[in-house]
Design a protein around this ligand. Sequence first.
Ligand code: DX5
Ligand code: ZN
Length: 232
Amino acid sequence: MEKTFRIAPSILSANFAKLGQEITDVITSGADIVHFDVMDNHYVPNLTIGPLVCEAIRPVTDAIIDVHLMIEPVDRIIPDFAKAGANIITFHPEASNHIDRSLSMVRDLGCKSGLVFNPATSLDYLDHVMDKIDMVLLMSVNPGFGGQKFIPQTLNKLRLARKKIDDYMEKTGREIWLEVDGGVNADNITEIAKAGADTFVAGSAVFGAANDNDPNRYETIIQSLRASLAKA
Ligand code: DX5
Ligand code: ZN
């Protein structure tokens, strides 16, 4: 069976002065998902975008908006993102005192839910909440900034996560996506896919690749990511 791979450009590296157009163009060029990085200058040392921006871009695209919360705490703001049109909401387990409750909250609001694992965070959290998870996101950099280098140890962790997810899917028949985030590019995406990821965030690799006004300007990079994925 052919594997499904999804490409999720992180708009953190987009031109914020033209955000709507950037999103339209990257989806037109063949991307699948809009990865939306939320940072609070508390859980991570950077500050980005919130529900207002999510609400503003929602009418621009039918693509899945994948909200990655790098904020602490999470419960107060989850409903705002659901209302703003997020499709997937993921958060870091260290950032919630009551992980099971936060996951349920996301689901109850009609979104897909997920947990995000920093490079040194154990996957053990998964064992007790698998039923409440639609996506597992492994950070392949320490969160906070775009443009960092992929941490190779993530490949081992991906294999571990793949195994847990495959075992679960076999038992339940329910699908869980495995996403990777940080330093993904056309040179390393083949081995990342081989290690088990099916959904790939790429910020600087996509938005750093083109700078003219051609609406299909991201086609070359997205095609090259897909060509590398085809080798996995
Ligand atoms: C990092 C963010 C990533 C980041 C990825 O904290 O979660 O989504 O934007 O950017 P690149 O692909 O440039 O590493
Ligand atoms: Zn992210």
